[in-house]
Design a protein around this ligand. Structure first.
Ligand code: SF4
Length: 625
């Protein structure tokens, strides 16, 4: 048989090849490597605050520029764990170049990350300031939103105060038993026994002491969790009275809360909040909330943004979770326009908004009256400020009958209708055992109505439409491109520091994009983070639907692929046959499964349907490209 001879390429640098001139580290990294831009940006940073944290004794420390640079570089390349960072510092050429041959170990990275909590905050602000000053319009609009990230705590390790008390008493019983054994072993020491026996006893005593110390450590952990559980129980009782259920506290990280995940289900979570400048997308303020009350993050974010830019924000854009009466009141006091959906926002074509609210809504229009569950929503009632009454869909007046403070301590007026018993719409209007419909109105209601009017204008809609692409894009980059799905540190203060590192890396990435765009002459606006076609598609979908929605779909498809028979959302025969970024997305029977709390109610169903059709259109257009 005739042999087919091919000449294969010879290696460019055989392992045994000697070189005439020794290579320097700089030759190993390409001239246009992004790490060079990264290092140039680090050179511009003022490190004096970091340097002050060091004392002049002992071995000379590694300059903070190297360690901070390596941690931030690692975050940009999905290398978060300090052990992985230690390994990368010896193997990753860019990192070796950046560290100039320093090879810090994991504990050095870990200590450094926590030691410079304040300095990293300042660095995040420094970079944000550079970005914000580059915006084209003088208008300062802030977008604020929160997301969920898992705490470093076991999902099944959350316990009530009662359960923790039982565990502590069991630990104490075991400790008592070990102490008795310890004393017994000490008493049994005999001066006449051999050296080997004495050695064995010493070992036994040491082992018992070690076990006792371990149990004491565990008891301290449970006692900390117990203190937090008691506090949360007291708060829940104050809030809900007798209906309050015992709160479950995650034992490993008791400062986190068991909260709903973005992908469904419950787990110990924190709520990181980011405040982003709308034009540049820079994170100007980063915070982490232990609970889910996001509204409390608005005022500190305003103060921080004002201090950073030296300018009062013109507008704040957020979702409905931030639109509390207190927030609207604080924004109004400072003359800052709030673009937030409020409960007073009327749906389009609301038949309740008729010329004369004292007349009934026509019979054919009644089907279109807004509902909350099976009951008429409050937007089906029209307020008359002159008479201080609400008009119901039948045109009857709801008059004030009592004043009270709500659960937030805000004074409220309750309005009640006296014509309900004979009303033909009572089944759609009254819920439960009460005989008449009532509506509450607190002192912040005029501000909610003003925000709803602002949002209903064409200009208001155009401004509010900026919110989702910017903020969801930021969370999408952090979660998908940086791979941040959970915190590695425990405790609220440590988690805050970790989030600040993440937000600093995000701002640095923005600055890198800006720097490389200016160097290449490419446009400096727009999202240029998504590089591969797959990531670019995800970027587009995220801009339309938001990161959390895309993640829900991805999570569901993965479940379908892993356990096709059990998955309630996708039938077996509907499973995708092709692979690729969108495989399986068109086979989803529905966006929210039946019985899912987010799918309940007509509004959620409407949203769900419209999202599904938009999603399918987007995928069809992407496939046709
Ligand atoms: S039930 Fe009462 S409040 Fe509701 S529409 Fe009828 S009269 Fe008006």
């Amino acid at each position: 048989m005739e042999t087919h001879s091919i000449r294969f390429a010879t290696p460019k640098a055989p392992r045994e090849q000697l070189v005439l001139f020794p290579q320097c580290l700089d030759q190993l990294v390409a001239e246009d490597a992004p790490v060079r831009t990264f290092a140039a940006l680090l050179d511009e940073v003022d490190w004096s605050a970091w340097e002050q944290e060091y004392e002049g004794c002992g071995q000379p420390p590694i300059h903070p520029r190297y360690l901070a640079g390596a941690i931030l570089f690692g975050l940009l390349h999905k290398v978060r764990s300090t052990r992985e960072l230690e390994e990368a510092a010896c193997k990753h050429l860019d990192l070796i170049w950046l560290l100039e041959g320093f090879t810090p170990d994991h504990s050095t990275f870990a200590k450094f990350r926590q030691r410079h909590a304040q300095a990293i905050k300042d660095l995040q602000k420094q970079i944000a300031k550079v970005l914000v000053l580059k915006r084209e319009e003088a208008l300062l609009q802030l977008i604020i939103d929160g997301t969920r990230l898992r705490a470093d705590s076991d999902r099944h390790g959350a316990r009530t105060a009662h359960a923790i008390e039982m565990i502590i008493s069991e630990l104490e019983r075991r400790m008592e038993e070990l102490r008795r054994n310890d004393e017994q072993a000490a008493l049994e020491t005999d001066d006449f026994e051999g050296v080997e026996q004495q050695e064995d006893k010493r070992e036994t005593l040491a082992r018992l002491d070690k076990q006792i110390a371990q149990l004491q450590k565990q008891r301290a952990k449970y006692q900390k969790a117990l203190g937090i559980a008691h506090k949360r129980d007291a708060r829940a009782q104050k809030h809900d009275g007798k209906k309050a259920k015992p709160v479950r506290v995650p034992v490993t990280d008791p400062e986190s809360h068991v909260l709903p995940n973005k992908e469904g289900g419950y787990a110990p979570n924190y709520t990181p909040v980011a405040t982003v400048e709308s034009q540049t997308g820079a994170i100007v303020h980063a915070d982490v909330l232990a609970g889910s009350d996001e509204a409390g993050a608005v005022v500190p974010a305003l103060r921080a943004a004002e201090a950073l830019t030296g300018q009062k924000p013109d507008a704040v854009l957020s979702d409905t979770n931030f639109a509390s009466g207190e927030v609207l009141s604080a924004l109004d006091a400072e003359d800052i326009a709030a673009y937030m959906p409020t409960r007073s926002a009327s749906p389009p074509d609301n038949p309740a908004l008729r010329p004369d609210p004292s007349t009934p809504v026509s019979e054919e229009a009644r089907k279109r009256l807004p509902k909350h569950g099976r009951q008429f929503a409050r937007t089906a009632f029209v307020y008359n400020p002159q008479a201080d009454v609400y008009h119901c869909p039948m045109g009857h007046a709801l008059t004030p009958y009592r004043q009270h403070k709500n659960k937030h301590g805000v004074p409220c007026t309750y309005y009640r209708c006296n014509a309900c018993p004979d009303c033909p719409l009572a089944s759609d209007c009254i819920k439960g055992k009460v005989s008449s419909r009532s509506i509450t109105r607190d002192e912040h209601e005029p501000l909610r109505e003003a925000a709803a009017q602002r949002m209903a204008t064409t200009e208001g809609k155009a401004i509010y439409n900026k919110r989702a692409p910017v903020i969801e894009g930021a969370f999408g980059i952090i979660k998908l491109c940086f791979g941040i799905r959970r915190f590695f540190l425990r405790g609220h203060a440590n988690v805050r520091t970790e989030w600040t590192w993440i937000c600093t890396a995000f701002n640095l990435k923005k600055l890198l994009v800006l720097a490389s765009s200016s160097a290449s002459g490419a446009p400096t606006t727009g999202n240029r983070h998504c590089i591969t076609p797959q990531k670019r598609h995800y970027g587009r979908i995220m801009r339309v639907f938001g990161a959390s929605f895309v993640e829900t779909i991805r999570h569901r498809i993965l479940r379908a692929l892993q356990a096709p028979r059990r998955c309630p959302y996708v039938k077996k025969e509907q499973l995708p046959k092709s692979t690729g970024p969108f495989a399986g997305m068109t086979v989803l029977g529905q966006v929210w499964p039946p019985g899912h709390p987010r799918g309940a109610g007509p509004r959620a169903t409407r949203q769900s349907r419209s999202r599904k059709s938009l999603f399918q259109k987007e995928i069809a257009s992407l496939r046709s490209q």
